[in-house]
Each structure stands twice: as C-alpha cells, then as structure tokens.
Design a protein around this ligand. Structure first.
Ligand code: AMP
Length: 116
C-alpha cells in the first residue's frame, strides 16, 4: 500500500533517490536529508502508515521490526555504547512534517535537540 503523493513512499519504491542504509520486507532506513547529528537515520514502514495515530493492531509486527533495525543500525553507526535518541513525531504540536510514520535515530556528538 503506497501513497502516490508521499515522498517517503517514493524513496521506498526507488522512484526518488534516498541514501538507503537498510531495506527489508517491512521497513526501509535512509539518512535524513537535513541531519541534526553525525548519525541521523529515518526508519520507515514500507507500507504507507501516516502516523502513530493511524497505526493499527495489524501493524504490530512492523513496530517490532523498526526497533530491531534501530538496534542493528546503531551498532553499524558505532553509537550503541555512546548513546542515541529515538523520536517519532505525531500530530501538529509535534511538528511532524512528513505524513509517513518514521522513527528518527539520532546519535553522535553534538546532536541538536529538539529539532526545528
Ligand atoms: P518529521 O518532522 O518528524 O516529520 O521529520 C521529517 C524528516 O524528514 C526531517 O528531519 C527532514 O529533514 C526529513 N526529510 C524530508 N525529506 C527527505 C528526503 N527526501 N530524504 C531524507 N530525509 C528527508
């Protein structure tokens, strides 16, 4: 299930370029175009889920995969021990910009937080 107007759906589908660091049957991870830290990766479901409020019981396995891949990517980035932040924005007060659910994995020295 994809949304033709969604930029993250287009990255998942390969229709526009993304700096992809991981892809499997459920999730895709790519580097944020405007990083706030040395490591700033977005992990997104391959299927179009707008945000956490529209996440359903049928998608629980996707959440598990997101957290497993976060752990893998943190190890690959060398930030497992030094530490990282996970952020998932939902709703207008959170300033969610892209309406395709995504987890920010942010780590490394000098991270700017909060964002924006
Ligand atoms: P959020 O405010 O949680 O919706 O975050 C959206 C994030 O997507 C921001 O950190 C943007 O820098 C990032 N972003 C927007 N467009 C792209 C893109 N084409 N490739 C990678 N990251 C993007």
């Amino acid at each position: 299930m994809t949304n033709p107007d969604c930029i993250f759906c287009k990255i998942v589908a390969g229709d526009i370029p993304g700096d992809i660091v991981h892809k499997d049957d459920l999730v895709t991870a790519f580097r944020d175009i405007n990083p706030v830290a040395p490591s700033h990766i977005l992990i997104v479901p391959n299927k179009h889920i707008p945000d956490n409020n529209t996440f359903t019981e049928q998608d629980e396995h996707i959440a598990g995969r997101i957290f497993r891949i976060v752990k893998l990517l943190a190890e690959q980035e060398g930030i497992s021990e030094s530490g990282y932040r996970l952020i998932m924005n939902t709703g207008p007060d959170s300033h969610q910009e892209v309406m395709h659910m995504h987890m920010h994995l942010i780590g490394g020295q000098g991270m700017k937080y909060p964002m924006g």
